[in-house]
Design a protein around this ligand. Structure first.
Ligand code: NAD
Length: 294
C-alpha cells in the first residue's frame, strides 16, 4: 500500500529514520518536531495541526506519556474521523489507555505500538512492534509496521502493547544485571571470560543479554561492549522502562521484586555513578570495580 498521507510527530533518534522509511516507501509524510528536526523525504510542518490535518494516519514517537497526552489532545481535534492514530513511543499504560479512549471517542482507530530494536532497527526498518488496539486498527496499521519493522505482534486491546513492552524490558533489565554480576564473579574466581561465554551461551544460563548482546568486550557477537559501551540502548532508557514497569506493577498490585531491584540499581548507576550516556550493558565494568561492601 502506497500513497497514504501520514503525519509524523516526534522526529528524534527513532522517529526521524522511521518517518524517512515511510517516505522512501512512497507515502506522503508531513513531519513535526518541537525541536525543528527533520527527516529525509519528509515535508516539515509548522505545527501539529499542519502535520495531521487531512492525514490518513498519524504516528507519534515522543519521549513520555505526559508529552503524548498533550500532543494527542491537540492532534485529535484536527484529525478526520476514520483516520488511524499510531503511538510508537514507550509510555505508561494509563497514558496509552486514556489517549486511546480520547481517540476512539473522536471516531479514530487507535494503536499503541511501542518498539524493540533501537536506533539501528529504526534505521534499517527492522523494528519489532508490540501493538494494542482493535482488530480494525491493527489491520490499518499493519502495512506501515511492515515498512518500519520486521515483526508486529497484536497483543490485545489498547494498552496491551505498552504492557508487553514493559514486561519484556523488565526481564531484559534483570537478566542484563544478572549476566554482568555473574561475569564479575567469574573474573574473581579466575574463570576466563571466553570460557564463561562458551559455557553459559550454550547452557541454562543463556539469554539474549549473554548470547546476542554480550556485555564483555571481545567475547561473543559484536556489541556495545566492543565500542567502549557507547549506546546501543542507553542506561537511562532502560531506567525509564524499569520505572514504567514498577509504576504499572504498583497500579495493579503485582509483586515484582526483581524488577524493583533492577530499577534501583539502574537508578544508582545513572543518577549517582557514571552510567548516564553509557550502554545499559556497562553494568559489567560497574560490578567489576565493586566489592561486596560497596
Ligand atoms: P528522542 O528524544 O531522540 O526523540 C523524541 C523527539 O520528540 C525529540 O526530537 C523531541 O524534540 C520531540 N518532541 C518532544 N516534545 C514534542 C512535542 N510536544 N511536539 C513535537 N515533538 C516533540 O527519543 P527517541 O530515542 O527517538 O525515543 C522516542 C521514544 O521511543 C521514547 O518513548 C523511547 O523510550 C522509545 N524507544 C527508544 C529507543 C532507543 O533506542 N532510542 C528504543 C525503543 C524505544
Amino acid at each position: 500500500m502506497t500513497g497514504l498521507n501520514i503525519g509524523f510527530i516526534g522526529l528524534g533518534n527513532m522517529g526521524a529514520p522511521m518517518a524517512a522509511n515511510l517516505a522512501k516507501a512512497g507515502h506522503a509524510v508531513r513531519g513535526y518536531d518541537v525541536a525543528g528536526t527533520t527527516a529525509e523525504g519528509v515535508t516539515v510542518a509548522e505545527d501539529i495541526a499542519g502535520a495531521v490535518t487531512g492525514a490518513d494516519v498519524v504516528i507519534t514517537m515522543l519521549p513520555n506519556g505526559t508529552i503524548l497526552r498533550d500532543v494527542a489532545a491537540e492532534a485529535i481535534g484536527h484529525m478526520r474521523s476514520g483516520a488511524t492514530f499510531i503511538d510508537c513511543s514507550t509510555v505508561d499504560v494509563e497514558s496509552a489507555r486514556n489517549t486511546a479512549e480520547a481517540a476512539e471517542k473522536a471516531g479514530l482507530l487507535w494503536v499503541d505500538a511501542p518498539v524493540s530494536g533501537g536506533i539501528g532497527g529504526a534505521a534499517g526498518g527492522t523494528l519489532t512492534f508490540m501493538a494494542g488496539g482493535s482488530d480494525a486498527a491493527f489491520a490499518a496499521a499493519a502495512p506501515l509496521f511492515d515498512i518500519m519493522g520486521q515483526k508486529a505482534v497484536h497483543c490485545g486491546e489498547a494498552g496491551a502493547g505498552q504492557a508487553a513492552k514493559i514486561c519484556n524490558n523488565m526481564i531484559l533489565g534483570a537478566t542484563m544485571i544478572a549476566t554482568c554480576e555473574a561475569f564479575a564473579l567469574a573474573d574473581k574466581l579466575g574463570l576466563d571470560r571466553q570460557k564463561m561465554f562458551d559455557v553459559v551461551s550454550t547452557s541454562s544460563g543463556y539469554s539474549w543479554s549473554m548470547n546476542a548482546y554480550c556485555p564483555a568486550p571481545g567475547v561473543g557477537p559484536t556489541s556495545p561492549a566492543d565500542n567502549d559501551y557507547k549506546p546501543g540502548f542507553a542506561a537511562e532508557l532502560m531506567l525509564k522502562d524499569l520505572w514504567l514497569s514498577q509504576q504499572a506493577a504498583a497500579l495493579v498490585d503485582a509483586d515484582t521484586p526483581m524488577g524493583a531491584l533492577a530499577q534501583k540499581l539502574y537508578a544508582q548507576f545513572v543518577e549517582d555513578e557514571d552510567g548516564r550516556g553509557k550502554d545499559f550493558s556497562a553494568m559489567l565494568p560497574r560490578f567489576e570495580a565493586r566489592s561486596r561492601e560497596d
